[in-house]
Design a protein around this ligand. Structure first.
Ligand code: ATP
Ligand code: MG
Length: 557
């Protein structure tokens, strides 16, 4: 492509509101253009990178036996009503009506769309397994779209859905997808971690996330340097805690103004791990608001995703947690809530041991109580912290930050069951399909990759993602010899099938160099002063090192 005729416009100014380098460079390099909050045009450069990412994904997905298709972008609301997600999905789901007053949604994900697609078409176990994928737009009306393509409202996702007649076969496909994803991310040249994950709004049993490691990542991962255990904080586990027993007789203690764990621990001279902390939350459900009490050890913290998952497991109508107003908190005797308190949900963290003695609120203003925990509804509720022990090998774990670029789930019959999508098994009996689903944030990768690969001057693509493999730069276009040599080299490389960007603009040399550095194309062939001695210069974008040689020597390399 000739730069003088291209739709490539770079700018020096750092766009306001663009916090991350990836966002700044993509805007400044003319890769993307903002249309609205979380909505971007992919300009020719950006589109080329996206196509490169897509083709790596397609290559490996096709190799795994999955088949590509494209589902309609606009989805009838009836599909989402059948699965029960039309009401449950929340405000990220954009709902609208057409001129006939019929309801539609812009697909944020396509479990419903794919189930409707194969329902009645795939009829027998003999037609299974099948894995179908698309690389297409998604729309999620995110609360806080930001970081350019990392959290857009409109974005490109690769979403695959597999259908099986047994859970063993789903397990096999899940492992195959994990291997396929590893091959994709390896080929893309991304540094990533595969972590245990929470299944979120999509639901299901097993799930793993592929996290691109980057400081700016919105996800916190916990990793074990010793055995390799890695998990999203939302699903993290730890080795069971050993706490010192409290040897005190059951009693009520007058504790005026002692409301926090710290105050109690200092005043009564007790370690905070023998004090029970109660977190009071409001719970929004399909049938109205409820309240929940979560008990954890005094020096532990509640992990809200775990808390929400614990509630969802117990009640399918649960939507989200919210903070109660001061008055409702006071009704619970805030600061003095303890064992025996009542609410719609009362859940105890699994680190609280049955039969052990604890200090907790006495459910009475200004009183606490020493009493034994007699048992109750228990679950994993706590935030795992740096320094906590690995669940597998007990080594101390640490935090890392990541950007989620892929997620694989075992869905089971979560969608096929309510949507009545069945096949006939070997005995001629109708069974719901057993499903898996597998996503990759294709447009997010474009930004996220730059977070790992940039310097103060701009982007540093590798050859796989780069919009062009190399640039031919004519230093002074007014110099006839340079111009002609540049043309010759450009035409030659194009004839070889290379992806080349030819900078033959009538611009200062400095402008051309800084554009080369900003755009991040891996290599430049500079036709400049050295031409007088028959040489060109090769510039490596990553190291910015230069090498003089003849063009013939370059071709012979
Ligand atoms: P996140 O936790 O980042 O919101 P998610 O868990 O909602 O992501 P999935 O439903 O698993 O995401 O979607 C599959 C993939 O789509 C994600 O792994 C991510 O790479 C990408 N993705 C999700 N939301 C966005 C978004 N708003 N903008 C760009 N890519 C996204
Ligand atoms: Mg996810």
């Amino acid at each position: 492509m000739r730069m003088s005729k291209s739709f490539i416009y770079t700018t020096k100014e750092t766009p306001k509101d663009a916090e991350l380098k990836s966002h700044q460079y993509l805007l400044r390099g003319g890769y993307i253009q903002q249309v609205g909050s979380g909505i971007y045009n992919l300009l020719p450069l950006g589109d080329r990178v996206l196509e490169n990412i897509k083709s790596v994904i397609q290559k490996h997905m096709n190799k795994s036996g999955a088949q590509e298709l494209t589902l309609g972008f606009v989805t009838p609301a009836s599909f989402w009503q059948k699965s029960g997600r039309y009401e449950k999905y929340g405000k990220e789901l954009l709902r609208f009506k057409d001129r006939k007053d019929q309801d539609f949604v812009l697909g944020p994900t396509y479990e419903e769309g794919i189930v409707e697609c194969i329902k009645g078409v795939v009829k027998s176990y003999k037609q299974l397994p099948i894995n179908l994928y698309q690389i297409h737009l998604k729309f999620r009306d995110e609360v806080r779209p930001r970081f350019g393509l990392i959290r857009g409202r409109e974005f490109v996702m690769k979403d695959a859905y597999s259908f099986h007649s047994s859970t063993q076969d789903l397990d096999r496909e899940f492992d195959l997808m994990e291997q396929t994803y590893r091959a994709i991310f390896d080929e893309l040249g991304i540094k990533y971690a595969v972590v245990e994950a929470d299944s979120g709004a999509i639901g299901g049993s097993g799930s793993k996330e592929f996290m691109l490691l980057a400081e700016c990542g919105e996800d916190t991962l916990i990793t074990c340097p010793s055995c390799g255990y890695a998990s999203n904080i939302e699903a993290a586990r730890r080795h069971p805690r050993q706490t010192t027993p409290l040897s005190m007789q059951p009693q009520k203690i007058h504790t005026p103004n002692l409301k926090t764990i710290n105050e109690l621990s200092n005043h009564l001279n007790l370690p905070s791990e023998v004090i029970l902390k109660c977190i009071i939350k409001g719970v929004k459900t399909l049938s109205g608001n409820k309240t929940a009490l979560f008990f954890v050890l005094g020096d532990d913290e509640l992990e809200e995703t775990k808390a929400l998952n614990a509630l969802s497991k117990r009640d399918g109508e649960v939507l989200e947690l919210f903070d109660l107003d001061m008055q409702s908190m006071q009704d619970f005797k805030l600061g003095f809530v303890g064992l025996g308190a009542e609410a719609d949900f009362v859940i105890f963290d699994e680190a609280i041991e049955v039969g052990k003695t604890y200090l907790s609120g006495a459910n009475e203003q200004d009183y606490h109580q020493i009493c034994d925990f007699q048992g109750g509804d228990q679950d994993d509720l706590v935030l795992i912290r740096e320094g906590d022990e690995c669940p597998n090998c007990s080594a101390k774990m640490r935090y890392q930050k990541g950007i989620e670029v892929g997620h694989i789930f075992k869905l089971g019959t979560k969608y096929s069951d309510p949507m009545g999508a069945t096949f006939l098994d070997q005995n001629g009996k109708a069974q719901p399909f057993i499903m898996g689903c597998y996503g990759i944030g294709v447009s997010r990768i474009l930004s996220a990759f730059i977070e790992q690969n940039h310097d103060e001057r701009g982007i540093i693509w590798n050859e796989v993602l780069a919009p062009f493999e190399c640039m031919v730069i004519v230093s002074n276009i007014k110099n006839q010899a340079q111009r002609e040599e540049g043309e010759k080299i450009y035409e030659h490389l194009i004839a070889q099938g290379k992806r080349v960007l030819f900078d033959e603009r009538d611009e200062r040399f400095g402008v051309k160099m800084s554009d080369f550095e900003l755009l991040g194309i891996p290599q430049a062939i500079l036709v400049g002063k050295e031409l007088e001695s028959g040489k060109i210069e090769l510039i490596d974008r990553k190291t910015l090192s230069k090498q003089s040689l003849s063009f013939e020597a370059f071709l012979g390399e």
